[in-house]
Design a protein around this ligand. Structure first.
Ligand SMILES: [Fe+2]
Length: 349
């Protein structure tokens, strides 16, 4: 039977692939972000409101000296994950991620989906953008060469079938279209419609990041598990994610194959504002194998970027048999308004 031999979890922000002297550019971009949430209420607020509310201790954290040290810490953590994966050398990597207005919009937004085509196209992003823009300078972190990433469609199909038997109504995807466009919202915490114009689009960045930064040149067949963490009204609950993880593990362990499988959670932890408390609730839940704590994380603090913590929760459900270790946790306050991210890196061995 197949065996789950390793788990990894990594933030996947563009900041991680951007030189720290460009981090202040993000603060500028934050001013127009419609998904900034107050901590701890989770309420969506403007940049100006955050600026008024932020404590003085946070205001002073956004400085270049911190940025340089935090950038170095993140690169070291990513390298550790990369080396851990290379050492374990699994045959398949199941990636638990989310789609962020890439393949799915409000015309059809599956709560959980599995991609089971035999390959998934990776299209580099930001290659036409100016080199001194965030997009142009960080795009490489999601792949710099267009390619078809192999999918272990046999395991992907098996997971769909087994998860259906376990009462999870999985959506399935088998191929990508050439171009994507659409809109999300207004709905729930998203106050207005967010429109994406038609463009070429490959695999979502949650998956492309793992291929580029964690596999780093040695591409291993993947199985993309896609969760709608971001978009109301059909975001999964933490409990549903944890239970899905458990069901994924059970299915993999019943797969009649000698393959060695790794599970990688992509995204999180808290962003676009930093919520260190919810991040540590999640990290401690994983360290303590506390299914109850992970299943009852407060949903009002799991909107917007924070919602990607759910990818870690699903992975934790699948990796209960292994021990979790925080490789590093780097809370980056990139603006005096407390915007930024709690960049987390972890592994189960
Ligand atoms: Fe993301």
């Amino acid at each position: 039977m197949a065996k789950i031999v390793l788990g990894l979890a990594s933030a996947h922000s563009p900041m991680l692939s951007l030189q720290p002297d460009m981090w202040p550019l993000f603060a500028e971009r934050d001013k127009g972000n419609k998904m900034l949430t107050a901590v701890p209420s989770g309420e969506v607020v403007s940049y100006e409101t955050l600026l008024e509310q932020t404590s003085p201790s946070v205001v002073t954290k956004a400085n270049q000296e911190n940025f340089d040290a935090q950038h170095a810490a993140c690169q070291k953590a990513i390298t550790t994950l990369e080396e851990t994966l290379a050492e374990a050398n699994p045959d398949v990597v199941v990636i638990i991620g989310d789609d962020q207005e890439e393949l799915f919009f409000d015309d059809n937004m599956p709560l959980f989906a599995i991609y089971w085509g035999d390959k998934m196209r990776l299209i580099p992003r930001g290659q036409d953008a100016p080199a001194n823009s965030i997009l142009g300078a960080s795009g490489w972190g999601y792949g710099d060469v267009e390619m078809d990433v192999p999918v272990n469609s046999q395991l992907a199909l098996y997971l769909i079938e087994k998860l259906l038997e376990a009462d999870f109504d999985m959506a399935q995807c088998r191929y990508l279209k050439d171009e994507y466009s659409g809109s999300v919202g207004p709905s729930g915490y998203i106050g207005s419609s967010i429109v994406t114009e038609k463009h070429r689009q490959g695999m979502p960045h949650a998956y492309a990041y793992v291929v580029k930064r964690i596999m780093n040149g040695k591409v291993i067949p993947i199985v993309p598990v896609i969760q709608n963490t971001f978009y109301p009204p059909n975001q999964p609950t933490p409990k549903r994610c944890y239970d899905l993880g458990r069901a994924i593990a059970k299915a993999i362990e019943s797969w009649d194959s000698d393959k060695r499988v790794a599970i990688v959670a992509s995204g999180g932890l808290s962003h676009f504002t930093v919520d260190e408390e919810i991040d540590w609730m999640a990290l401690n839940g994983m360290k303590n194998k506390d299914a109850e704590a992970l299943s009852s994380l407060p949903r009002n603090r799991l909107n917007s970027g924070h919602s990607e913590i759910l990818n870690w929760v699903t992975a934790a459900g699948a990796l209960e048999h292994l021990d979790f270790e925080v490789v590093d946790y780097v809370p980056v306050y990139r603006s005096p308004a407390g915007t930024g991210g709690g960049w987390g890196f972890g592994r189960w061995q």
